[in-house]
Design a protein around this ligand. Structure first.
Ligand code: NDP
Length: 233
């Protein structure tokens, strides 16, 4: 894999941390963001860490200079949250927080880097969505809506940016063992997964690395599912 400059949001834990490690292991230059840089768990000469809250327009604006100087060739929009509740009990805040972080946050960060990619005439944008956005999930109306929004954003951007050799894809994981899914694993859930297990972070990382590579030059506008067969169209 040719080494690149890679920006990853929410790189301090879970899937994002795995993605940071994956790109570093392959010799890339990584700019990782998190909300508290004093607690960032990885150190490397190839790694810069910056503070960014993607739900806060001011924080994104403050981050702009760092992103411009770094000039990412690959962007992984990974940061995201859940605030689950059954629909009739879901508050405006629960709805808005999730949409603002997952969908608007992805929009904001992508906007920061798209101009540079257009100038470079090369780029990879990878948005982490979810099978929840494709199949729906009870208690996750906000989260599912935000993630299918990300898939729609992905396809529109793929059409807008394709002529400049920028590919835009989303990756839709199923249930991956992280803090986010800590209390979810149970026999009923596992029975619904043909491969019979929760995913691990590396199951997602390997797909992110592939879709970022020159081997994936002709793949754009896709939502690539990595879920052990949980959702089949
Ligand atoms: P975690 O909860 O383990 O990590 C979430 C990451 O996002 C953390 O780094 C967190 O930072 C960051 N984050 C949350 N809100 C913000 C914000 N406002 N600004 C900046 N960073 C923020 O989740 P996962 O690793 O499991 O999930 C990563 C991505 O994968 C998410 O988009 C999630 O929706 C998606 N996904 C996960 C699945 C799973 O099964 N785990 C399945 C499908 C999709 P902090 O530490 O500061 O909170």
């Amino acid at each position: 894999m040719e080494t690149k400059k890679v920006l990853i949001t929410g790189g301090n834990r879970g899937i994002g941390k795995g993605i940071v490690e994956g790109f570093l292991e392959n010799g890339n230059q990584v700019l990782a963001t998190c909300r508290d840089i004093t607690k960032f768990p990885i150190k490397s000469d190839h790694l810069t860490v910056a503070e960014l809250d993607i739900s806060d327009a001011d924080s994104v604006e403050n981050f702009k200079k760092i992103a411009d100087e770094f000039g990412p060739e690959i962007l992984v929009n990974n940061a995201g949250i859940t605030k689950d509740n059954i629909f009739l009990r879901m508050s405006d805040d629960e709805w808005l927080d999730v949409i603002d972080t997952n969908l608007t946050g992805t929009f904001r960060v992508t906007k920061l880097v798209a101009k540079g990619m257009l100038k470079q005439k090369w780029g990879r944008i990878i948005n982490i969505s979810s099978v929840s956005g494709m199949m729906g999930n009870p208690g996750q109306a906000n989260y599912s809506a935000s993630k299918s929004g990300i898939d729609g954003l992905t396809r529109s951007l793929a059409k807008e940016l394709g002529s400049r050799n920028i590919t835009v894809n989303s990756i839709a994981p199923g249930f991956i063992s992280t803090d986010m899914t800590e209390n979810l694993a149970n026999d009923d859930l596992l029975k619904k997964i043909p491969l019979g297990r929760m995913g691990v972070v590396d199951d997602v990382v390997s797909l992110v690395l592939f879709i970022s590579s020159e081997d994936a030059n002709y793949i754009t506008g896709q939502t690539l599912v990595v879920d052990g067969g949980l959702f089949m169209k």
